[in-house]
Design a binder for this molecule. Structure first.
Ligand code: NAI
Ligand code: MG
Length: 360
C-alpha cells in the first residue's frame, strides 16, 4: 500500500470513481463528493486537481439492465480512475434473485481489495470513549458464496456453503492489521476467531496471523491477544475501551463492526475503506437503509460517507487533508445542534453536509 501512496501523491491529477448504488447511497455520496471538493480546492491542500466519474451499480440497475455490476463500471475503475473510488450502498434482497449477486462483494474481488478497515471512534463529548479499528478480511470466508442445495434420503432439502480460509489471505490481512496497530502508542492487536469449534479454518486464520508477527521485527512491538468471537461481542459491549485493533475473518468482521457502530451512536457515523495494493475504495459501513431512503428532504446521516472519503484520502497519502475532514465532522458532533434523526435531531443530510463544509 506504500507504493500506492507514493504513486497517488506524485500524480498531477486525481480521478475518483463515484458509485452511489441504491437507497441512501445516492444522498450520502454527493455529500462526500462536496467535502472532497471543498478540501481539495483549499489553498493549502496537497491534493492535485480532482475530477469525478459517476458509475452505475446496484439492485435498481440490475432490474433495469440485468447487470448489478456493469462491465463498464469495472473497466472505468481499473482504467480511468487513479486507484481511488467511493461506494455508497446497494440493496441486496434477502431472497435469492436469479442472476443477481452483490456488486460490492464482486468489486472487492475484481480490484483485489483484501482488507476492509473500519475505525469506530467516539468524539470528546460522548459518554463512552471508544477508539478501535476493526480490520476485516475482505475476500474469502463464507463470502466466497459457494452455496449448494441437495436433498437427503427423505427428500428434505440440505443447504451447504463453503467457508474458505487461505494462508495467503490471512497473511495479507495480518500484515495490514499489525501495520495499523503500530500507529498506536501502545499497540495491541486482538485476533478474533472461533477456533475452539472451527479448528481447521479459524485455526489456520489464528495461526497465520500470529506467524505474521515473526515476519517483521517492527511487529514485535505489538501485544497480541485473542478473543473467541462470541465472547468478543460480549466484551465489546461491556468494556469497549479495552479494544484497540481487532483482526477478523470476513463474516465475524462484518458482524462485529455493525455492532461496534452502536457504541458510538449510529451506523450513520462509521466509515470504512476497502484497501488493496493498487486501489482504495471508501465505503460507509451502513447499507442502503430502505426505511429512510425515500424521505424528502433526505435525512440520512452523511457522516459515515464523509469520514469514508477522509479515510480514502488518508490511505492514499493525504493525511493532513483527511485530518481536516475528521476534525470538521467531530466539531459538528461535539457542538451537537445539527443532528440527523438517527442521532436524535431534526436536521437534513444537506444541513449536516453544509455544517461540515463550513468547519473545514
Ligand atoms: P442498513 O445499514 O441499511 O440499515 C440499518 C438501520 O440503520 C436502518 O434503520 C437504517 O435506517 C439505519 N441507518 C443506516 N445508515 C444510516 C445513515 N447513514 N443515517 C441514518 N440511519 C442509517 O442495514 P439493513 O437494513 O440491514 O440493510 C438494508 C439493505 O442494505 C439490504 O438490502 C442490505 O443487503 C444492504 N446492505 C448493503 C451494504 C453495502 O452495500 N455495503 C451493507 C449492508 C447492507
Ligand atoms: Mg455489514
Amino acid at each position: 500500500m506504500q507504493a500506492l501512496k507514493q504513486a497517488t501523491q506524485s500524480r498531477k491529477e486525481l480521478v475518483i470513481g463515484l458509485i452511489p448504488g441504491d437507497g441512501i447511497g445516492r444522498v450520502v455520496l454527493p455529500a462526500a463528493q462536496r467535502v472532497i471538493e471543498a478540501v481539495s480546492s483549499s489553498s493549502d491542500s496537497k491534493i492535485p486537481k480532482t475530477s469525478f466519474i459517476h458509475l452505475d451499480a446496484g439492485f435498481e440497475h440490475f432490474q433495469k439492465t440485468g447487470h448489478a455490476l456493469p462491465a463498464e463500471t469495472v473497466e472505468a475503475l481499473k482504467n480511468e480512475c487513479t486507484g481511488l473510488a467511493m461506494f455508497g450502498a446497494v440493496s441486496s434482497p434477502s431472497h435469492r434473485v436469479e442472476g443477481y449477486s452483490s456488486p460490492i462483494v464482486k468489486l472487492r474481488k475484481e480490484l483485489g481489495l483484501f482488507a476492509n478497515v473500519r475505525p469506530v471512534k467516539s468524539v470528546k463529548t460522548d459518554p463512552r470513549q471508544v477508539d478501535m479499528t476493526i480490520v476485516r478480511e475482505n475476500t474469502e470466508c463464507l463470502y466466497v458464496k459457494e452455496e449448494r442445495i441437495t436433498t437427503d434420503s427423505n427428500g428434505l432439502k440440505v443447504a451447504e456453503a463453503t467457508r474458505r480460509i487461505t494462508e495467503k489471505a490471512s497473511q495479507n490481512i495480518g500484515r495490514i492489521a499489525y501495520e495499523i496497530a503500530l500507529l498506536r502508542a501502545n499497540p495491541k492487536l486482538t485476533i478474533v476467531h472461533k477456533s475452539n469449534v472451527l479448528a481447521t479454518t479459524d485455526g489456520l486464520f489464528r495461526e497465520t496471523v500470529r506467524n505474521v508477527q515473526k515476519s517483521d521485527e517492527r511487529f514485535n512491538a505489538v501485544k497480541v491477544e485473542e478473543q473467541i468471537v462470541d465472547s468478543c461481542v460480549y466484551k465489546l459491549f461491556r468494556n469497549p475501551e479495552e479494544f484497540q485493533v481487532l483482526v477478523a475473518p470476513n463474516l465475524y468482521g462484518d458482524i462485529i463492526s455493525d455492532g461496534a457502530a452502536a457504541l458510538v451512536g449510529s451506523l450513520g457515523l462509521v466509515p470504512s475503506v476497502n484497501a488493496g495494493d493498487n486501489f482504495i475504495l471508501g465505503e460507509p459501513v451502513h447499507g442502503s437503509a430502505p426505511d429512510i431512503a425515500d424521505k424528502v428532504p433526505a435525512i440520512a446521516n452523511p457522516m459515515a460517507a464523509i469520514r469514508s472519503a477522509a479515510l480514502m484520502l488518508e490511505y492514499s497519502g493525504f493525511e493532513a487533508e483527511a485530518k481536516r475532514i475528521y476534525s470538521a465532522v467531530d466539531k459538528v458532533l461535539e457542538e451537537g445542534s445539527i443532528r440527523t434523526p438517527d442521532l436524535g435531531g431534526k436536521s437534513s443530510t444537506d444541513e449536516l453536509a453544509d455544517a461540515i463544509c463550513k468547519n473545514l
